[in-house]
Design a binder for this molecule. Structure first.
Ligand SMILES: C[S@@+](CC[C@H](N)C(=O)[O-])C[C@H]1O[C@@H](n2cnc3c(N)ncnc32)[C@H](O)[C@@H]1O
Length: 262
């Protein structure tokens, strides 16, 4: 298993290099990106107050942050990859800072909402994931929301099995969530829905809920760039209908957990 130091180095090369455009992932790369974006935004909007102060931790190039700022929220984006932070700043509608989820450069109780839409699946050790969650809790005011995204093990397995040959490490992935060697994505850990809920509960959050973001169509939508509007609308309807169902959650491309600071 790669050390966290190695994973962090790979993260900077992957997201900061010329071969990957994280902004395009949510907007134009596949139909899955659009499904992920729309569903994530609506799951957040259903829970938070108008005019919230939001820390978008692991916010990358700012696609979510820009939409939240346009919706009237005051957003501070943080990401460890300086190239992405530069790109995010270009929106000009929110603040963007270089920062790491394990040690946030933000004051205690300074925001209403903390988003961790990325950091957890890049942290291989449970202690580091709990540290990131506790940092998010620290900066959120009492009663405020913490949202955390994760990649289910089954979704990762499906993505890997689309490649040639049998990837090594399938058993460890399914049993322990360990990132298999090989492939470009610098994964740290892949969750089950139950495990993600347990981590949020252990970090001290209350009213923890976990939903599947894209539903069962997300995996197939990875392969589609053109979106047939009827198919897209059907996928969205199904994703909303089954978001809370346990088995289906783990077949979504992403899990989203939400909890409140006591
Ligand atoms: C797949 S991207 C997700 C971007 C965006 N939040 C979204 O939901 O589309 C994962 C992001 O997490 C960031 N990241 C990785 N490790 C992190 C850490 N320790 N602290 C904060 N962000 C981290 C990466 O730089 C990257 O921008």
């Amino acid at each position: 298993m790669a050390s966290q130091k190695d994973i962090d180095r790979q993260i900077r090369a992957y997201y900061g290099g010329p071969d990957w455009d994280e902004g395009a992932r949510l907007t134009s790369r596949s139909a899955q990106g659009s499904l992920e974006f729309v569903r994530t935004q609506e799951l957040i909007a259903e829970r938070i107050r108008a005019g919230s102060q939001i820390a978008d931790i692991g916010g990358a190039t700012g696609v979510h942050a820009a939409a939240l700022a346009d919706a009237g929220h005051e957003v501070t984006l943080l990401d460890p990859v300086s190239e992405q932070v530069e790109q995010a700043r270009a929106y000009g509608t929110f603040e963007a800072l270089v920062g790491d989820a394990r040690g946030l450069p933000l004051e205690d109780r300074s925001v209403d909402v903390a988003l961790l839409l990325g950091p957890l699946y890049h942290l291989s050790e449970r202690e580091d994931r709990l540290r990131a969650l506790r940092e998010a809790i620290r900066v959120v005011r009492p009663g405020g929301w913490v949202f955390a995204a994760a990649i289910p093990r089954l979704a990762r397995l499906a993505a890997l099995s689309g490649g040639a040959g049998m990837p090594r490490g399938w058993e460890d992935l399914i049993e322990h969530g360990t990132s298999p060697a090989g492939g470009r994505f610098p994964g740290g850990h892949f969750h089950t829905g139950a495990e993600l809920a347990a981590e949020l509960n252990e970090s001290g959050l209350l009213q923890v809920e976990v939903v599947g973001v894209e539903g069962p169509a997300g995996l197939a939508f990875e392969q589609l760039t053109e979106i047939d509007p009827e198919l897209y609308s059907a996928a969205l309807t199904v994703a909303r209908a089954v978001a809370g169902q346990r088995g289906v959650q783990d077949l979504s491309n992403h899990l989203l957990a939400a909890g409140r600071r006591p």
